[in-house]
Design a protein around this ligand. Structure first.
Ligand code: GLN
Length: 315
């Protein structure tokens, strides 16, 4: 077993969870009206190891939308479909050093990386572009189902509609990239943006997200079903970019202090990958100034204080 004494590990997870229950710093994202209505004090932590041991605590059965946590999944899908060489003709792989929805492109006129909005919109343009929109969405949702080992995967239509109606910045990013000729030939911009909002509105619970993280930790093979959902090569690339760019403009700090690939979303979701060990999902909607879950970051900090999971702890 990868965690031989699972009960004492889960006792420690429970301890960290309880330490953070009183932490009410931060505020729920309000730029998407529907997200603002989520009860802010909810908090869930879930764990799934690469050999299939599972644990969850708190509001672990409550669904939340993945928001930016869809970005690494969509990026992996583009790698599977086109290979890295083609994908990176349309998106860079360098941290932007700016906010996740900053109106900017790199020196080649491309989005900086697939983990910020511009790059995630680009990923959407590359996923099964020849299929009908409904089939493209099904393809992504089915991928989430496979990655989570069959956990319930839903769609929050109200969040989707709410985001689409207030998406001036994402539309601006789309037009800005089109002006720079960044998209593949034949891209339908409005369809691409709507597809991106739909992917952000995919919903699952913390247990499901921990299973997705465990599949990434396991090199693309879902531990509970042994389904090879992504190739190991795609997952290596995805985790590399999660390590350098996954936590918005806190990515460098996160790499320094936590030292693990992760991805956050404005719903307060945080997916943490401990390669070859486990996946962890933390969900708590109050965000810090950069858009990361306050309790999510704090959980990671306390976890690596207790366990030597930071990649360079093994030196
Ligand atoms: N749907 C959100 C947006 O595009 C996702 C951003 C995020 O989670 N940081 O603005």
């Amino acid at each position: 077993l990868v965690i031989p004494d699972f009960p004492s590990f889960t006792a420690d997870i429970t301890g960290i969870y309880q330490n953070l229950l009183d932490d009410r710093r931060g505020a729920v994202a309000d730029y998407i009206p529907q997200l603002k209505r989520v009860p802010p004090d909810q908090f869930a932590v879930a764990v799934c190891t690469v050999d299939g041991q599972r644990f969850s605590i708190g509001d672990a059965g409550v669904g939340f939308c993945v928001q930016s946590v869809c970005k690494p999944i969509n990026y992996s899908l583009t790698l599977e479909e086109h290979g890295a060489e083609v994908v990176h003709r349309h998106v860079g792989r360098e941290p932007s050093g700016r906010g996740f929805n900053e109106l900017s492109v790199n020196g080649d006129g491309l989005p900086h990386n697939p983990m910020i909005n511009s790059g995630a919109i680009m990923s959407c343009s590359l996923i099964k572009p020849d299929l009908a929109v409904a089939d493209r969405f099904d393809y992504v949702a089915d991928t989430w189902r496979a990655l989570s080992g069959g956990s319930p995967v839903g769609f929050n239509n109200a969040v989707y509609l709410s985001e689409r109606q207030t998406a001036d910045r994402n539309f601006a990013l789309g037009y800005f990239m089109r002006e720079h000729g960044a998209f593949p030939a034949g891209t339908d911009l409005i369809e691409t943006l709507e597809f991106y909002f739909q992917c952000c509105s995919i919903e699952l619970d913390a247990g499901g997200l921990a299973s997705v993280a465990a599949t990434l930790a396991n090199g693309g093979m879902m531990p509970l079903t042994s389904d090879q959902v992504f190739s190991t090569e795609s997952v290596q690339k995805c985790l590399s970019l999660m390590s350098s760019c996954g936590m918005y403009d806190y990515s460098g700090e996160f790499a320094f202090t936590i030292g693990l690939p992760a991805k956050s979303g404005v719903s307060g979701a945080l997916m943490l990958v401990i390669p070859q060990v486990m996946g962890i999902a933390i969900w708590s909607p109050r965000l810090d100034a950069l858009g990361n879950s306050v309790r999510g970051i704090e959980f990671c900090r306390q976890l690596v204080e207790k366990y030597n999971f930071h990649i360079y702890d093994s030196l």
